[in-house]
Write a protein that binds this ligand. Structure first.
Ligand SMILES: [Zn+2]
Length: 413
């Protein structure tokens, strides 16, 4: 096991304080800090301190894939770490987006290669041929839009807003309360000519203001949705994402709550700090709420209009540990909370060897022990534990640690 130092990514929607405070650096920072990458993605690999040198994690793994990842994992994922762990610090809403399935990514990657679009071109959609299922776990209160609301409720919301310009759209969805109706409405809004888009958005935002005034102080799903549209309209005027937000679930997450965003799920993160884990891919299709490349036709190809509702992740508790189990082969995530609950002895949790792991301490401090080796982690610090290490024991009187690993599917256990 080794100390692992994450790579900070500067995007305009990031926070000037959250990541610096988490990792014990002076805040506010000059540049916004949006993401801390803890992984082996070649664009921004984390750095392993081996004692002799600081080595990018991707290079360490490339030197000895079977030793670092284990034979099964190295074989299954072509010698690469199959997941990327991040901390997100969201100060401004970020893009309305979805990710492709593996088949869509393969097809899109080949198509853009054949069209001669350079891999680093801003208009490139598919930067690799992999899918990118992702999960987000709140560290603070975390706000997001995720998944379509059930169409019948959306019809009720659109009618309640009392905006005459919305009436034909609400009627059409009311006549088709299914994926076809949602697709038609979303497509219509996302492809409006600019003049019509501005007119409709202005009418909707005025409607949202009137709606909130009439219900001053009351807080329910629809008032929250109206307020969200107003906030997005301020940050991104003339953006179809403002209208799209009317169709989506507005989600407020408490620390520990998690959402799973599988292929085709439309989502946008609005505010807060969270841990995010995803397959090792950079494939994002954007529909708005961003200054980055937007490709609505391509987004429409991958969107899933069939599954509605909030994509909450169910967790399984096991002693100090809580498993966020997902139907993906690239990763699973554990949250370990250790408290000595009145006894002088620190609490412990143990993880078997033979699996690569990334640990991130987000609260308190922990001691990691492998054989006779000991490594301390404070808040915001991380560690890389190669597959060749034996059992790992985590000890603390007070700490919260996330542990990311590929799901262990060994025949012998
Ligand atoms: Zn995403």
């Amino acid at each position: 096991m080794y100390p692992l130092r994450g790579a900070v990514r500067h995007y305009s929607w990031g926070s000037h304080t959250a990541l610096a405070e988490l990792t014990g650096r002076p805040a506010p920072t000059e540049e916004p800090e949006a993401e801390l990458w803890l992984g082996a993605h070649p664009v921004a690999p984390a750095t392993v301190d081996t004692g002799d040198a600081a080595v990018p994690l991707c290079d360490l793994i490339a030197r000895d894939p079977e030793g670092e990842l284990g034979t099964d994992c190295a074989r299954q994922f072509d010698g690469r770490l199959p997941f990327l762990l991040k901390v997100l610090a969201v100060e401004q809403p970020l893009s309305l987006q979805a990710h492709p399935s593996r088949a869509q990514a393969r097809e899109g990657f080949a198509r853009e290669n054949a069209a001669g679009i350079p891999l680093d071109a801003p208009r490139r959609n598919y930067r690799d041929d992999n899918h990118k299922p992702e999960m987000v776990v709140a560290l603070s209160r975390f706000e997001a839009l995720a998944g379509f609301r059930a169409p019948a409720e959306t019809v009720e919301f659109l009618r309640d807003l009392g905006v005459s310009e919305l009436t034909p759209y609400a009627s059409e969805l009311g006549d088709n309360l299914d994926a076809t109706g949602l697709r038609a409405l979303f497509t219509a809004w996302m492809t409006l000519p600019t003049k019509s888009l501005v007119g409709l958005t202005d009418a909707v935002l005025s409607g949202c203001e009137r709606y909130l005034e009439a219900r001053s102080g009351s807080e329910d799903e629809f008032t929250v949705a109206a307020r969200t549209a107003l906030e997005l309209g301020l940050a991104y005027p003339e953006d179809p994402g403002v209208l799209a937000s009317l169709l989506l679930n507005r989600v407020s997450m408490e620390p520990g709550d998690a959402l799973f965003l599988p292929a085709g799920n439309l989502h946008a993160y609005l505010r807060g700090t969270a841990v995010e884990i995803m397959a090792n891919s950079d494939n994002v299709l954007r529909g708005g709420l961003t200054s980055k490349h937007v490709d609505v036709p391509e987004l429409l190809r991958v969107l899933d209009f069939d599954s509605v509702g909030v994509p909450w992740v169910r967790t399984r508790r096991d002693g100090h540990e809580r498993l966020y189990a997902l139907p993906v082969r690239e990763f699973e995530l554990w949250r370990v909370r250790l408290h000595n609950s009145g006894t002088p002895e620190p609490a412990t949790a143990a993880f078997a060897g033979s699996a690569p792991r990334i640990l991130l301490c987000v609260q308190g401090s922990v001691q990691l022990r492998c054989d006779d080796r000991i490594l301390g982690l404070g808040r915001g610090e991380a560690a890389w534990v190669p597959s060749s290490d034996p059992e790992l024991v985590v000890r603390s009187s007070h700490a919260t640690v996330f542990v990311a690993t590929p799901p262990i599917r060994s025949e012998s256990t």
